[in-house]
Design a protein around this ligand. Structure first.
Ligand code: ZN
Length: 227
């Protein structure tokens, strides 16, 4: 699979349903580059990096996690550079690592057949916590390319980080606009709060992790349907 270029500075490595691989993001500043999410396993991360190399793009110096779920974070042990997560995401990843250590690999794989597809080659399940942890919001300056990362309330999990690149008018949603795993039910109040977060942002493109990019009005309309 190849990268899709969305704007001057932003590419995505598109999602794949069979192995539940989410879309991974790439933001190129003049000084350094960052990735959005680490990948479902080291195999996913490596495929992403090969696509970057084919495009002649430098590997990311930093990987920002959108939330703790395995399909976004379990490739973290294979990333180039450092990782950054909010404190809740870091807590959830540590708890998940303890659970897998206690219950075993098979208990993890049996949660969803798509996880089993990701690990069909018998690669080990390796869970690492983040190198850096933030709370609230941060402004990253990648070189003539400010990147705002901030925590947001969401119907999907209680640990969403959104990534907004104002100069490109692009917002990475992660899974924040989806309902909760495994029922996919959405709490209307949390949908309303997420709409209130997204609406004021000057974004032309909103990127959910398991679907194609949307306009802001499409993303808001999807959330309104859950109200
Ligand atoms: Zn998720």
């Amino acid at each position: 699979m190849d990268l899709t270029r969305l704007t001057e500075r932003i590419w995505i490595f598109p999602y794949e349903e069979w192995r539940d691989r989410p879309t991974l993001g790439y933001i190129r500043g003049n000084n350094w580059s960052l990735a959005v999410d680490a990948g479902h396993s080291s195999g996913h991360t490596e495929a992403f990096y090969k696509a970057l190399e084919r495009q002649g793009l430098p590997l990311p110096s930093l990987t920002v996690l959108t939330h703790w779920h395995w399909d976004h974070t379990f490739g973290m042990h294979a990333i180039h550079g450092l990782s950054l997560a909010n404190a809740r995401t870091d807590d959830h990843i540590r708890s998940c690592r303890e659970w897998i250590t206690r219950e075993g690999r098979e208990a993890f794989l049996s949660q969803d057949f798509k996880i089993r597809n990701e690990y069909a080659d018998e690669r080990p399940v390796i869970v690492t916590s983040s190198d850096m942890v933030y709370t609230g919001e941060m402004l990253l300056e990648a070189g003539d390319c400010p990147v705002k990362i901030f925590q947001a309330e969401s119907p999907h999990t209680d640990d969403s980080t959104l990534i907004f690149i104002p100069g490109e008018k692009v917002l990475f949603l992660g899974d924040s606009a989806y309902g909760a795993f495994p029922t996919w039910e959405s709490d209307p109040e949390l949908c309303r709060k997420l709409i209130d977060t997204i609406m004021p942002l000057d974004a032309d493109i909103c990127i959910p992790s398991h679907h194609d990019p949307l306009t802001k009005s499409e993303a808001v309309r999807n959330l309104q349907e859950a109200l």
